[in-house]
Ligand binder design. Structure first.
Ligand code: TYC
Length: 113
């Protein structure tokens, strides 16, 4: 009786399954964070912007006034960094509040690198 001999090329070893990927390092990827930005415009009253920052971003009056002035002078400022869901909620709250008061205030979010 002939005994089968595996040839090097057809031996079913552990390396030949292309669907198996070796985990080279542990998965430690955190979810991305999002910056919430406030944009300057020529019409929204300064006191309204200060109120928005106090109401939706938990700032003191002094903090809110300082950030409002930064936006007024520089055109834009980051007012907070949040998870995607919280950032979307903040942007929605600010945009809705500004629209209800008929101010053109713009609030956006962008992914933090
Ligand atoms: N530039 C506005 C004014 O002079 C004030 C302002 C500040 C508006 C910040 C928007 O995000 C803003 N009344």
């Amino acid at each position: 009786m002939l005994e089968h001999q595996w040839m090097m090329s057809d031996k079913p070893d552990d390396d030949e399954d292309a669907s198996v990927l070796v985990q080279t390092r542990p998965k430690t990827k955190r979810p991305p964070l999002y910056k919430v930005l406030l944009l300057n415009d020529d019409y929204t009253p300064m006191e309204f912007v200060v109120h928005v920052l106090e109401r939706f971003f938990g700032m003191t009056h002094a903090e809110a006034f300082e950030i409002m002035l930064t936006v007024h002078k520089k055109g834009v400022a980051v007012v907070g960094v949040f998870s995607h869901e919280i950032a979307e909620t903040k942007v929605g709250q600010v945009m809705d509040f500004a629209r209800r008061h008929q101010h053109p205030l713009q609030c956006t979010m962008e992914r933090e690198e």
